[in-house]
Design a protein around this ligand. Structure first.
Ligand code: ADP
Ligand code: TRP
Length: 327
């Protein structure tokens, strides 16, 4: 699907840990790009994180990390809106209202809840109602497109169903959003060849210290083909990772060198490390600067929340009017 232009884009980012190359190439980079041609709104989903993180200080730190990362990658707070979800408490009000038109069956089919049930977990109300909160996040801004990974598509469909329920009950107030599935880039492999994921401990983290980053990149698992033998680039996660930072022509040349033999994996890793450092040099510098001035980051979030609250006020008025809440 072609990237939207002139649309209202909204996405939420769950504060759940240090970002890695998979997150960047799979989601964050597209979020930043979308601010150019659209009305982009991004928020740090700290209400959502209540389900998985139970430590207050940790939640604050993880939430701040998202702000630092997005700003370091070039999110322009003048152009896009960036706020912390809990600074827009109207969203909790809308969640309640939407919950009253949401059939239980719809939520019972949602995968996060279903997975917990299937694994003998004891889901709480928050996990069960998570898709209603997500619907409120989206509908409160009358968003047209929601850029998310494939795993979140079901939640956008649920959002549409809930919006239709509300609109048929109280009148046409809510705008139906479309998912904008971020699948342009294939899955980024981890250093062990599986999907890069913080749960597998196989990540390359662009904001790690230079020493850690070196350890992660040099730790990329390769096969034991001797230097002089030909190697298959199509089966090499090292080649795939390296290719993220190379032009088409460079990729072709490297693929030829793999096949020709005489190429040591160690040299490719060293070059990959250099490219990663180069590619993220500006972002790393910007992040360090932001870390040394946290009050300015907090001010950006507060200003983003103030803009978001102004933006949602008319819709919330219409919702209350239509449903007969208040005078
Ligand atoms: P993790 O697997 O490390 O827990 P998340 O599930 O928090 O990562 O990922 C957030 C978003 O980042 C996903 O919706 C997806 O779009 C993107 N993403 C994560 N890992 C990868 C990967 N290896 N390749 C491509 N995109 C990824
Ligand atoms: N549920 C999303 C995730 O786990 C995060 C999220 C919360 C979100 N609210 C949203 C994404 C609204 C898009 C729109 O990744």
């Amino acid at each position: 699907m072609k990237a939207p232009t002139g649309a209202r884009i909204l996405s939420g980012v769950k504060p759940s840990g240090i970002l890695h190359l998979g997150n960047f190439f799979g989601a964050v980079r597209q979020h930043i790009d979308l601010q150019e041609e659209n009305d982009a709104i991004y928020f740090i989903a700290d209400y959502h994180s209540l389900d998985s993180v139970r430590d207050a200080a940790e939640r604050r730190k993880l939430s701040l990390d998202i702000a630092l990362d997005y700003l370091a990658f070039g999110l322009d707070p003048e152009r896009a809106i960036l706020y912390r979800q809990s600074d827009l408490p109207e969203v909790a009000e809308l969640t309640w209202i939407l919950g009253t038109v949401t059939p239980m069956g719809l939520l019972e089919r949602c995968h996060a809840y279903k997975d917990q049930m299937a694994h003998g977990g004891k889901p709480d109300f928050g996990l069960f109602a998570y898709p209603v909160l997500m619907a409120a996040d989206i509908l409160i801004h009358s968003a047209n497109f929601v850029p998310v990974g494939q795993d979140q598509k079901q939640h956008i469909e649920v959002t549409r169903d809930i919006a239709v329920k509300f609109n048929t009950t109280y009148g046409d107030v809510l705008t139906l959003p479309e998912p904008y599935i971020l699948e342009a880039l294939a899955t980024v492999p981890g250093t062990d060849g599986r999907k890069m994921s913080k749960s597998y401990n196989n990540t390359i983290e662009m904001f790690a210290t230079a020493k850690q980053l070196k350890k992660q990149v040099m730790g990329t698992v390769t096969d034991s083909t001797p230097v002089e033998d030909p190697k298959n680039p199509d089966e090499s996660n090292l080649f795939t990772l390296w290719s993220l930072f190379a032009t088409g022509a460079e990729q072709q040349e490297m693929a030829d060198r793999f096949r020709a033999g005489g190429l040591g994996y160690g040299d490719v890793k060293k070059d990959l490390l250099e490219r990663v450092m180069d590619y993220f040099a500006d972002a790393r510098t910007r992040r360090e600067k932001l870390v040394s001035d946290l009050p300015s980051v907090e001010a950006i979030l507060k200003r983003g929340a103030a803009r978001a609250r102004d933006a949602v006020a008319p819709l919330m008025d219409r919702v209350r009017q239509a449903s007969g809440l208040g005078a």
